[in-house]
Each structure stands twice: as structure tokens, then as C-alpha cells.
Design a protein around this ligand. Structure first.
Ligand code: HEC
Ligand code: HEC
Length: 280
């Protein structure tokens, strides 16, 4: 009898614990799954393996004709990280790209996609960043050769509410926005993404230690895109890095991070991918 009652109590407790995620837990989930901050900000060792003992302490260098920047140390270290930034400073950086000294970061940092993050999620990301261990690691100072503006991302202009996200397609669109999928999956012309005319069409070439990855078309085009792929195939691509043709996909898409998403979020993301108008 007693065991039975205790069992019921335990179930009730664990259900409410799952619902009551703390801001730090929510932030940890967002940063380390869909938002893939570590894919750029965590240093990688031999073979591209992330050095998780140096989580978020500065990583990839982007040496391009217009700038030469390195993903910053975003741990709370006061000297080499962002330990002296206020919560407000971090939120302004994430939503506008402007640092406390007024200088805008290079748009390779996906701030254009975070413009209208749900306030609760923005708070959560900041709470988590503040909770991570401080790591001392000085990254090289950025060099800007020309002033460049980020291309505004259409879906990031929309203000959403918590209740909008109960709809799987709207939820998927939100996740894909803060997950900056289209930064890679949409081609660029003269330094700007063609979000209005070629959303999801692919074609960008991304060089790295892996050679050169050509970003695929993920629209619903039956010939050039994923129009003939079912939901399970698309989910497998996102979480396991296995393409529609069974091929092992190359970096820099962070398959391992997406694999840690909840099923509800993954299914929503796949619903959104399948809704993309065809582009050939
Ligand atoms: C595609 C790669 C990429 C992703 C993903 C990314 N960042 Fe960045 N981030 C950068 C780069 C590169 C810089 C430095 C740009 C510069 O110096 O102009 C930067 C700069 C920053 C800065 C400014 C720090 C400083 O000292 O000036 C913060 C804060 C930041 N990122 C936080 C985040 C967070 C939080 C996430 C995930 C929600 C994230 N970034 C995702 C590439 C990325
Ligand atoms: C940093 C760049 C980058 C980001 C961000 C990115 N991808 Fe990718 N994606 C790629 C590359 C590169 C490949 C293919 C690599 C290859 O062909 O070896 C790929 C492959 C895919 C495929 C497999 C397509 C096929 O033909 O089988 C799907 C589906 C996909 N991405 C969806 C997404 C979604 C959804 C997001 C956001 C949650 C996303 N990607 C974010 C670069 C990116």
C-alpha cells in the first residue's frame, strides 16, 4: 500500500519537474542544440572534435576579403571573455550585433536571426552563458576592412508569442530562425543573402579542414531539393548527417547538436523544412 502511494507521488513530482525547466536549463538546451553557439565558439581539437573542457571560450576564425574575425570567448572570464558585460549588454549584442563599445560584430555572428527571439528564450540564453565556467583564452582582435550590414532575415522580423508556438509549423519556423539554417542554405549575391527569391536553394560552397561542402537545396523541389524525401529521411539528415541519398554529410552543419533536440522540436523543424516552397 505505502509503496503504491509513494510511487504515485514520485510520478507527479517528475512530471512537474519536466514542466518547470529553469531559465539556465532552457538556455543550456537552446545554446547546445538548435542555436549551435559552440559550433563557432568552442575550440576544436584534432579531427574537429569540440574541446568541451574549453566550452564557448573562442573558436573558429573567419578570414574573408571583408573581415578577419574569430568567434569570441563568450564565457564569464572577466579579462578574455564577457564576464564584465551586463545581462543587458549581452541581449543587445545578440539581437543587434552591437557591442558595449558601440562597434558592430561581423554578421557571420547570426544576430540578424535572433532579433525577435522570445524574451523568455533570450533571458534563458543569457542566464546560461552567465552560469558557464569562466575560461581564460584570448582570441585575436577582429579586423574589419569594410563596414558590412547583415541581410535582414524575413522570419526574424515577426514578433511571436508563446502560444503561437503550439502550432508545429510556427514552432518549426521559429526554431529554424534562431537556428540560422538559412544563413548556410540560402545563396548569396554581392554579400547579401537572397532570402526573398532563393530561400533554401543552397549552392553556397563552404571550405574547411573537411575540404569543400556544397550546401544542398532543402526546398520541396522534387528535382533539386527534398520534395521526394519523407519526414524520417529529413530528420535523419538533420540529426545523423546522412543525406537523402544515404551519403555521409560533411561539416559545418552541427548534426550532433541537433541530435540532442526533443522529438517535439525536431518534428516541428521537419514540418517547416517540408513547407519550403520549391526552388529549382
Ligand atoms: C556561425 C558562427 C557563430 C554562431 C553560430 C554564433 N556565433 Fe557568436 N560570434 C561569432 C563570431 C565570428 C563573433 C565575432 C565577430 C567579430 O569579432 O566581429 C561572434 C561574437 C559573439 C559575441 C560578442 C563577444 C565579444 O566579445 O565581442 C557574443 C556575445 C556571441 N557571439 C554570442 C553567441 C551566442 C550566445 C551564440 C548562440 C546563441 C552565438 N554567438 C552563435 C560567430 C558565431
Ligand atoms: C553552418 C552551415 C549550415 C547550417 C547552419 C545548417 N546547415 Fe544544413 N547542411 C549544410 C551542409 C554543408 C550540408 C551538406 C553537407 C554535404 O553535402 O556533405 C547540409 C545538409 C542538410 C540537409 C540534408 C539535405 C540532403 O540533400 O540530404 C538537411 C535536411 C539540412 N541540411 C537541413 C538543415 C536545417 C533544418 C538547418 C537548421 C536547423 C540546417 N540545415 C543548418 C550546412 C548547414
Amino acid at each position: 500500500m505505502r509503496v503504491g502511494i509513494l510511487g504515485v507521488v514520485a510520478i507527479v513530482v517528475s512530471v512537474s519537474a519536466a514542466l518547470a525547466q529553469t531559465p539556465v536549463q532552457r538556455g543550456e538546451y537552446l545554446v547546445n542544440t538548435i542555436m549551435t553557439c559552440g559550433n563557432c565558439h568552442t575550440p576544436k581539437g584534432p579531427g574537429g572534435v569540440p574541446q568541451n573542457d574549453k566550452l564557448l571560450s573562442g573558436g573558429l576564425r573567419f578570414d574573408e576579403p571583408v573581415f578577419d574575425v574569430t568567434a569570441s570567448n563568450i564565457t564569464p572570464d572577466k579579462e578574455t571573455g564577457i564576464g564584465s558585460w551586463s545581462e543587458r549588454d549581452i541581449k543587445i549584442l545578440l539581437t543587434t550585433g552591437i557591442r558595449p563599445d558601440g562597434v558592430q560584430v561581423a554578421p557571420i555572428m547570426p544576430f540578424a536571426f535572433y532579433k525577435n527571439m522570445l524574451p523568455r528564450d533570450l533571458d534563458a540564453v543569457v542566464a546560461y552563458l552567465k552560469s558557464t565556467p569562466a575560461v581564460k583564452n584570448q582570441v585575436p582582435a577582429p579586423i574589419y576592412k569594410v563596414a558590412i550590414q547583415a541581410t535582414p532575415y524575413p522570419d526574424a522580423q515577426k514578433l511571436l508569442t508563446e502560444s503561437d508556438l503550439r502550432d508545429p509549423l510556427a514552432r518549426g519556423r521559429y526554431l529554424a530562425t534562431i537556428g540560422h539554417c538559412m544563413e548556410c542554405h540560402t545563396p548569396m549575391e554581392k554579400g547579401h543573402h537572397l532570402y526573398d527569391t532563393a530561400l533554401g536553394k543552397g549552392g553556397m560552397e563552404i571550405p574547411g579542414p573537411w575540404g569543400v561542402s556544397v550546401v544542398p537545396n532543402i526546398t520541396s523541389s522534387k528535382t533539386a531539393g527534398l520534395g521526394n524525401a519523407d519526414a524520417a529521411t529529413i530528420k535523419r539528415a538533420i540529426t545523423q548527417g546522412i543525406g537523402k541519398d544515404g551519403r555521409k554529410l560533411k561539416p559545418p552543419m552541427d548534426y550532433a547538436a541537433y541530435a540532442k533536440m526533443t522529438d517535439q522540436d525536431l518534428d516541428a523543424l521537419v514540418t517547416w523544412v517540408r513547407s519550403l516552397p520549391p526552388k529549382d
